[in-house]
Design a protein around this ligand. Structure first.
Ligand code: FAD
Length: 461
């Protein structure tokens, strides 16, 4: 039997992971990408935002260096170098992925793919037609653009623009208080920009546990980010050289003027140029419809990542890529599971969450127990002078099964990995409490939060 021929469309994290995995399983792979290998995550998402936030966080740390007995006499921001470093890191990572693809002998075709029929695609720029046995669609997503009264005349920036502003504006209004809005908001605020975040719902990061979201709101407000919730944008217009946004709030109309206005209100799956209607490929609520094997209604076509909607995160796209490839090639096929997907926010304090929020766990009907271990009782947090924050565990009342873990504080995005494994392995709070945590680390708080539901924490009265 000959080798399987696989075409992957889209070279973002979902697509390149699928291409590498398929090649390593012996398939002959073609990867089609219309822009840059690495897609949103490497070029204009996860990586560039975190590079910027890291500079901002070091700047903030250096400002309080005196607490640690250090003198930093002259501390200034060289914004151009901050931006340049972002490009260097992005280039390092994308060229690393390109060289992995070369090593695995994946043929990378630069161009836009559209289905010619269900067994072949056409590259729109060159007219080349490529046929194969299995397809994996990984065409990602694009930012949702609000259509607000006035936005045709006063264009709103997107997250892509916010990653590339050549000069720092005096003020910035961000519409949308999800994770992208708060991360970019904190970055600009720490660069000295007057930042306001406007959110339509009653709190920022509204899908996360309410206590975590309130704590993050408190931390951001404390360092000068102005947050306005329950505020719906009605209109945008020019006000001399600035932009004026008119908002409807429970207290009546409000106006905010800012030099720049951006929208970070979510992303939508992208498949417009793909000619999917012609081959009868089904969508559901604006996304490519797939089953739990990442298979579409056309059995030899699979789809992964943001284009399938659901949880639009890079690590989910990569997990779906493995699932799609192993199912498509019949190599240890398995169904995808979303039970233990970590959700991280790289502000400081960081946020790391997995599983059910307290509210959702209660809504799902079971009786729950909840612990909240404050980080001021953790020695490592104290020596880092980062004692604000907590580790919250939501568990079943009867059997102590861990349903959700929510962390806000230093290293939360790293700490959450332990909780992901605990949920994946269906652990109980007792098992987590008996797990030995290294000392001194912030992770001790995870053990203590579990002990609170299993005999009592050691370092709380
Ligand atoms: P994409 O990365 O969108 O890649 C799709 C690729 O397909 C693109 O390169 C596109 O050019 C190409 N393409 C599209 N159509 C065609 C076609 N017809 N032919 C050929 N090529 C085509 N996620 C996290 O997990 N952690 C984070 O910290 C994080 N931060 C983010 C910050 C920002 C500002 C943004 C915008 C997103 C962030 N995300 C984060 C989300 C993450 O970037 C996405 O979930 C991830 O990129 C999805 O990967 P993908 O492969 O599905 O799609």
């Amino acid at each position: 039997m000959g080798r399987d021929r696989v075409i992957v469309i889209g070279g973002g994290v979902g697509g390149y992971a699928a291409a590498l995995r398929a090649a390593r399983l012996g398939a002959e792979v073609i990867l089609v990408e219309r822009e840059k290998i690495g897609g949103v995550c490497l070029n204009k998402g996860c990586i560039p935002t975190k590079v910027l936030l890291h500079s901002a966080s070091l700047y903030k740390e250096a400002q309080r260096a005196a607490i640690f007995g250090l003198d930093t006499e002259k501390l200034t921001i060289d914004y151009k170098r901050v931006l340049a470093r972002k490009q260097t890191i992005v280039a390092r990572l994308t060229s690393g992925v390109e060289s992995l693809l070369r090593r695995e002998k994946v043929r990378v075709v630069n161009g836009t793919a559209a289905f010619a029929d269900s067994k072949s695609i056409k590259i729109l720029e060159t007219g080349e037609v490529l046929a194969c046995d299995k397809f994996i669609l990984a065409t990602g997503s694009v930012p949702v653009k609000l259509s607000i009264d006035g936005s045709a005349k006063v264009p709103l920036l997107t997250s892509d623009d916010l990653l590339n502003l050549e000069t720092l504006p005096e003020s910035l209004l961000i519409i949308g208080g999800g994770y992208i809005g708060v991360e970019l908001g904190q970055f600009y605020s720490r660069m000295g920009v007057k930042v306001s975040i406007v959110e339509m719902l009653d709190r920022i990061i509204p899908t996360e546990d309410e206590e975590i979201s309130r704590a993050l709101e408190g931390a951001l407000s404390k360092e000068g980010v102005s947050i306005l919730t329950k505020a719906a944008v009605e209109k945008i217009e020019m006000a001399e050289k600035d932009k004026k946004v008119i908002l409807a709030t429970p207290d009546g109309k409000k106006e905010i003027t800012a030099a720049q206005v951006a929208q970070t209100v979510g992303r939508r799956p992208r498949y417009l140029e793909m000619n999917i209607e012609a081959i009868g490929l089904k969508t559901a609520r604006g996304r490519i419809a797939v089953n739990d094997r990442m298979q579409t209604n056309i059995p030899h076509i699979y789809a992964v990542g943001d284009v399938t909607g659901g949880i639009m995160l890079a690590h989910v796209a990569m997990a779906e890529a493995t699932c799609a490839v192993q199912n498509a090639l019949g190599h240890n096929p398995f169904p995808i599971s979303y039970r233990a997907v970590p959700r991280c926010i790289y502000t400081s304090p960081e946020v790391g969450c997995v599983g059910l929020t307290e509210k959702k766990a209660v809504e799902e009907g079971g009786e729950v127990q909840v612990s909240r271990f404050p980080l001021h009782a953790v020695g490592k947090a104290l020596l880092m002078e980062e004692t604000e924050g907590m580790i919250k565990i939501v568990a079943g009342k009867k059997h102590g099964e861990i349903l959700g873990v929510h962390v806000i504080g230093p290293h939360a995005t790293e700490l959450i990995a332990e909780a992901v494994l605990a949920i994946e392995l269906e652990s109980t709070v007792e098992e987590l409490a008996h797990t030995i945590h290294p000392h001194p680390t912030v992770s001790e708080g995870m053990g203590e939060a579990a002990m609170m539901l299993s005999g009592g924490a050691l370092h709380l009265p």
